[in-house]
Design a protein around this ligand. Structure first.
Ligand SMILES: CC(C)(COP(=O)(O)OP(=O)(O)OC[C@H]1O[C@@H](n2cnc3c(N)ncnc32)[C@H](O)[C@@H]1OP(=O)(O)O)[C@@H](O)C(=O)NCCC(=O)NCCS
Length: 339
């Protein structure tokens, strides 16, 4: 029997994938630690010393994940200098979709007028943006698509238990976006590493709302539809997974920590970032940090930080940048990009 003919795209050379534009959006409403002191037994001093978070943004009731995502997307398109009809694929990483279906990516498509795009969502919790970046780059290197809009967006305020001080002080709402395209030359994603450990799903999760515990008055009364977290175990796993992910992707890239101009980590807790910086032997000023202003915005966090690093000139053409994330699942991922 003769083997099937390879499809034409397999004959084409692998191509580099660059981020040609970034954008982000956070809601206007600022929720300070002082305000949280009024609703749960906590203090600004406790939150700042244990997490580094001073305030976070909260979306309006009628402002949905797709609204946050669309605003970040439009900023990224403008930054890239392209129009919405040039987008071949929209990927939205989120754990707070507008609805179970259709996908939030479809809502974004309608809102920004990307009429030529295919659309789907991806679920990898706080690691979602880097997972989506890798999926997008595979579509571009395989010549399936040319231009892909990758978005990390979450409205965590809609799934936070506002009576649980262990979690409600940590999270915020927002969205970040990147436009990916083959640009020529050597710039682009050099290597990516992704990992998961489903055995530890129950240290950070939402038990209710899916088919195991469908929405019911009883399940809602038991608060099964909001975030549950074992903070100490999550902290320990986050430090180990982000360090391993960073080391693995550097090894794949043939680079060392001292070659990196900027490290953009998941924005969950300043102490987690300080712990990995110490173990990497990298000074803190090499890390992009904005969690003091936005808290942990899940899939959006690293995307917002990437946009801020880009717009504030922290990366110059040719610089090596490391992105590293961790989230529920458990999931983790890292990417090295030559800017
Ligand atoms: C949640 C977290 C900040 C707690 O910090 P910690 O150093 O582990 O907490 P500590 O051991 O110092 O303190 C725990 C105590 O503080 C209390 N506490 C928890 N939240 C509090 C709050 N907001 N205000 C005041 N006290 C609080 C706890 O009830 C506990 O009290 P107890 O000892 O009487 O039971 C930390 O574990 C963490 O950041 N974990 C990772 C969370 C994360 O990143 N999640 C998302 C990953 S994508």
């Amino acid at each position: 029997m003769t083997s099937p003919q390879p499809r034409p795209r397999l004959h084409q050379p692998k191509r580099t994938v660059s981020i040609i534009g970034t954008g982000s959006y956070v809601p206007e409403r600022v929720l300070t630690n002082a305000e949280l002191e009024k609703s749960v037994e906590t203090s600004d001093e406790w939150i700042v010393s244990r997490t580094g978070i001073k305030e976070r943004r909260i979306a309006a009731d009628d402002e949905h994940t797709s609204d946050l995502a669309s605003k970040a997307a439009l900023a990224a398109l403008e930054n890239a200098g392209i129009t919405a009809d040039e987008i071949d694929l929209i990927l939205v990483a989120t754990v707070t979709p507008d609805m179970f279906f259709p996908s939030t990516a479809c809502f974004v498509q309608a809102k920004i007028g990307a009429k030529n795009a295919a659309c789907f969502d991806l679920s990898a919790a706080c690691s979602g943006f880097l997972y989506a970046l890798e999926v997008a780059q595979q579509f571009i290197t395989s010549h399936t698509y040319n231009t892909i809009l990758v978005i990390g967006a979450d409205k965590l305020s809609s799934i936070v238990d506002w009576k649980d001080r262990n979690t409600c002080v940590l999270f915020g709402d927002g969205a970040g976006a990147a436009v990916l395209r083959h640009r020529g030359g050597s710039h682009g994603v050099i290597a990516t590493h992704m990992g998961s450990n489903g055995d530890l799903a129950d240290i950070l999760y939402i038990p209710g709302g899916g088919c195991r515990h469908p929405i019911s008055a009883e399940n809602v009364d038991q608060r099964l539809n909001s975030i549950k977290m074992n903070g100490k175990e999550t902290y320990k796993q986050a430090v180990n997974a982000m360090l391993t992910a960073a080391n693995t992707v550097l090894e794949k890239s043939g680079l060392k920590f001292e070659d990196l101009s900027c490290i953009i980590p998941h924005q969950a807790n300043l102490r987690i970032i300080e712990a990995i910086a110490g173990r990497m032997g990298v000074p803190m000023d090499r890390f992009m940090i904005n969690l003091d202003r936005f808290g942990n915005t899940s899939a959006a966090a690293v995307a917002i930080a990437l946009d801020e690093a880009h717009r504030t000139g922290r990366m110059q053409i040719g610089d090596y940048v490391l992105l590293v994330v961790f989230g529920g699942g458990l999931t983790w991922a890292s990417s090295v990009i030559q800017w």
